[in-house]
Design a protein around this ligand. Structure first.
Ligand SMILES: *[C@@H]1O[C@H](CO)[C@@H](O)[C@H](O)[C@H]1NC(C)=O
Ligand SMILES: *[C@@H]1O[C@H](CO)[C@@H](O)[C@H](O)[C@H]1NC(C)=O
Ligand SMILES: *[C@@H]1O[C@H](CO)[C@@H](O)[C@H](O)[C@H]1NC(C)=O
Ligand SMILES: *[C@@H]1O[C@H](CO)[C@@H](O)[C@H](O)[C@H]1NC(C)=O
Length: 507
């Protein structure tokens, strides 16, 4: 079942403090400012990063297929993961410089998950400068693009993902991080971008990638290339899958019961089994503030009758054939999607084409024409599997301790990575000398009100969820978001991003 193996990453960047506040994107947009020279001697007058070395990557912002506006300066292409001239492994990236003055000193990395899902899902459908979301007629400008705040790079990784080149050989997150750091150094050298502040963001399986890459960057002790400030992960896989799915499943079903619309005999049976299998008491006993102590192994879902998560998914799909595990508020019809993956099911109506598989699109961004691009590849990107422990029981606590800020966020409508499971994983982590959150998250997460804007890019505002910060870890839930935040509200996403870099004025 693809839905269960392929975690599409959705993005949005909240990175910060739990206080209600006005966010940076409300400032008047600054005019594009050019560096005064010196730094980029060979630089072309119109562009911040155009040099002889970067010219092969230059994308003509006025000629992106089907996009009828100028997306501005950007660069895309394949970059080797080492300086070896014979290096066969290359990651594909798309880099958009920001025109924001503060953001010029930074680079924010966005990573989708999977494993094996392309970060161009985030770019095109969540946080990029132009959006082409499922069901929509054509691309639109994203007023909430993260590029308004910061230099942004979307990277297809690890090797085996998207347009990236080379034979997948990673067996662990250490291998993934080594590939990424190698790539990133080549990128920074090519674009003469060393000494930037680094922010690492992503969603879903990037709950592995982001903390492990941050850990490797901290360990490298080289701030010229790897000066990590903060990380942000949405609906992240940070724990054993049973914790993310089975343990919180029936409480989640109860919470959203009218939306599931399942009959009373199913409801009675699933409660009986959740009780018998031990999920009910596990959630009740351990989801407490402060935490009770170390989380034991959760009940084994392979015990007969104990795959309650799978049974809810199956029943939901009968009642609502378009049931979308990534956003349970989705109803029929299935929407066409230029990336071919609008929900739990891959779907491309006859006559439609996958955007990044079009020859004109590939040519526009210097992508290899021979690659059959897929949002999430069917071929393994780990060989044979990812042997690393989840981040909450390995590198994440120390990444929190070494970062200025860490944001973990959850869309409440996501059933693939369920909010209560992620919260349980947080309650089982010890950072800055204490375990878990000492008090229950309950402050409102405020997204500034704003003019409605064009109908194609409307975004929610007000108290959108709950936020809580302790010891530099911020938790945020968004009530009406699914796994992929941007699909709900790129503005909320943008708000996250502003918070990541502490550009939130408290009022
Ligand atoms: C983002 O930048 C674009 C281009 O400069 C601008 O039109 C838009 O209003 C900005 N968005 C916000 C929220 O400030
Ligand atoms: C999370 O768990 C708590 C405690 O069991 C429960 O009251 C709440 O409804 C759950 N929330 C969701 C969204 O499942
Ligand atoms: C809780 O944390 C401990 C210590 O890191 C770890 O050994 C254990 O596996 C964790 N429990 C769960 C269910 O993740
Ligand atoms: C949180 O980070 C700041 C620096 O950003 C640091 O000064 C502070 O001591 C940290 N808080 C804790 C509890 O470690």
């Amino acid at each position: 079942m693809r839905a269960l193996t392929c975690l599409v990453a959705l993005s949005v960047g909240y990175l910060v403090s739990g206080t209600n506040g006005q966010i940076a994107e409300q400032r008047d947009p600054l005019p594009l400012q050019r560096p005064l020279g010196g730094l980029h001697e060979e630089q072309d007058s119109e562009f911040q990063y155009l040099t002889q070395q970067t010219r092969p990557f230059q994308v003509d912002g006025k000629k992106i297929p089907d996009v009828d506006f100028d997306v501005g300066e950007s660069y895309a292409g394949l970059m080797p993961i080492s300086s070896d001239p014979h290096e066969s492994r290359k990651l594909f990236f798309w880099f958009f410089p920001t025109s924001d003055t503060l953001g010029k000193d930074e680079i924010t990395i966005w990573l989708n998950g999977g494993p094996g899902c392309s970060s161009f899902e985030g770019l095109l459908q969540e946080n990029g400068p132009f959006l082409w979301q499922p069901g929509t007629f054509k691309p639109v400008k994203n007023p909430w693009s993260w590029t308004n705040l910061t230099n942004m790079i979307w990277v297809e990784q690890p090797v085996g993902t998207g347009f990236s080149q080379g034979t997948p050989s990673a067996t662990s997150e250490k291998d993934v991080a080594a590939q990424f750091l190698g790539f990133f150094k080549q990128f920074l050298d090519t674009f003469k971008m060393s000494n930037k502040k680094i922010y690492i963001t992503g969603e879903s399986y990037a709950g592995y990638y982001v903390p492990y890459i941050a850990d490797a960057m901290f360990n490298a002790r080289n701030t010229k290339y790897y000066d990590v400030q903060s990380t942000l992960i949405y609906d992240p896989v940070i724990a054993d899958d049973t914790l993310h799915t089975q343990v919180p499943a029936v409480a989640f079903l109860d919470y959203w019961a009218p939306l599931f619309g399942l009959d009373s005999s199913f409801m009675a049976d699933i409660h009986f089994r959740a009780n018998r299998c031990g999920y009910t008491s596990y959630l009740k006993d351990f989801l407490v503030f402060p935490p009770l102590g170390t989380l034991p192994f959760p009940p084994d879902p392979r015990t007969p009758g104990c795959d309650v998560f799978g049974d809810i998914f199956t029943a939901a799909t009968v009642a609502n054939p378009c049931f979308n595990i990534y956003n349970i508020a989705t109803m029929c019809p299935l929407l066409w999607d230029v990336l071919g993956f609008p929900g739990s099911l891959a779907y491309l109506p006859p006559g439609a084409k996958i955007y990044f598989n079009r020859k004109d699109v590939k040519q526009a961004i210097h992508a290899p024409l021979s690659v059959q691009w897929a949002e999430c590849t069917d071929n393994p990107v780990f060989n044979p599997a990812d042997t690393s422990p989840p981040s909450s029981v390995s590198v994440l606590p120390s990444v929190i301790e070494r970062s200025k800020r860490t944001i973990i966020s959850q869309g409440m409508l996501d059933m693939r990575i369920i909010t209560n499971g992620t919260l349980l994983a947080i309650q089982n982590m010890t950072w800055h000398g204490m375990m878990g959150f000492q008090s229950e998250p309950k402050d409102g997460f405020f997204v500034p009100y704003h003019p409605r804007g064009p109908l194609g890019t409307m975004a929610g505002a007000g108290i959108m969820g709950v936020t809580h910060t302790e010891r530099n870890l911020t938790w945020v839930t968004v009530q009406l978001a699914g796994h992929m935040y941007g699909l709900l509200s790129s503005q909320t996403s943008c708000s996250f991003n502003a918070r990541t870099r502490n550009r939130v004025q408290t009022n």
